[in-house]
Design a protein around this ligand. Structure first.
Ligand SMILES: C[S@@+](CC[C@H](N)C(=O)[O-])C[C@H]1O[C@@H](n2cnc3c(N)ncnc32)[C@H](O)[C@@H]1O
Length: 210
């Protein structure tokens, strides 16, 4: 399958949605980036919603965003960011800069790539030994909500939302790539009774320990 990302409908939708995020999600974004330092790769940066939350200890962010309409918006966010951010139009699969990053940031993106196992293995290879992956992702739930996730993933959700799949076992994928997961937890940003398939987020730090 081609790695190209060309999604005009989703780009318009995400540009609107990401400009109106609730404070509960902004808080998780801030938390996901807290304490980072050095050189950071951000995967699938979208409109650059994370950029304002990078701490001053980060010396450089390389932000990969292959959807060109989103990359244009991300470049504007980069110009306002508190740390230096460069936006590049490659897919993460195309990106190479081996073992040069102190951290990799993934937020709401491992749900959207075609082959998450391959992508996480690649992220491992881009990290310096001791470097860390910070993730904030939709993940598979159990019970009725899990069944709802499987239904929406098999029907309209990926088509409308830029290939987003809500029922992915992302934490297992990260661990299977050899990263040591610490501080993993889940947070719900909507009341539990809302039948929203992507309301729960998994967050954590996964370290390349070799
Ligand atoms: C739901 S958006 C999330 C954007 C951003 N990470 C955030 O937290 O707001 C998913 C993003 O992943 C990007 N994406 C999809 N496939 C990708 C790939 N193969 N490589 C890099 N980015 C990709 C999309 O273009 C989109 O910007």
């Amino acid at each position: 399958m081609s790695d190209a990302v060309d999604n005009p409908f989703f780009a318009r939708l995400w540009t609107t949605m990401s400009s109106r995020e609730p404070e509960s999600l902004r808080r998780l974004r801030r938390q996901n980036l807290a304490g980072l330092s050095g050189r950071v790769l951000e995967v699938g940066a979208g409109t650059g919603t994370n950029f304002e939350f990078y701490p001053a200890t980060v010396t450089e962010v390389v932000a990969v965003e292959p959807e060109r309409r989103l990359a244009v918006v991300a470049e504007r966010a980069a110009a306002r960011a508190p740390v230096p951010v460069t936006v590049t139009g490659q897919t993460v699969e195309e990106f190479t800069d081996g073992q040069s990053f102190d951290a990799v940031v993934c937020s709401l993106v491992l749900c959207s790539v075609h082959d998450p196992e391959q992508v996480v293995r690649q992220l491992y290879s881009l990290l310096k030994p001791g470097g860390e992956l910070r993730y904030l992702e939709h993940v598979a739930e159990s019970g009725g909500r899990g069944r709802l996730q499987k239904f929406v993933d098999a029907t309209f959700w990926p088509r409308l939302l830029g290939n987003c799949h809500t029922h992915r076992h992302t934490e297992s994928t990260i661990a299977a790539a050899g990263l040591q997961v610490t501080g993993a937890h889940r947070e719900r940003v909507m009341p539990a009774w809302v039948p929203m398939p992507a309301a729960e987020f998994a967050m954590g730090v996964a370290v390349r320990s070799d």
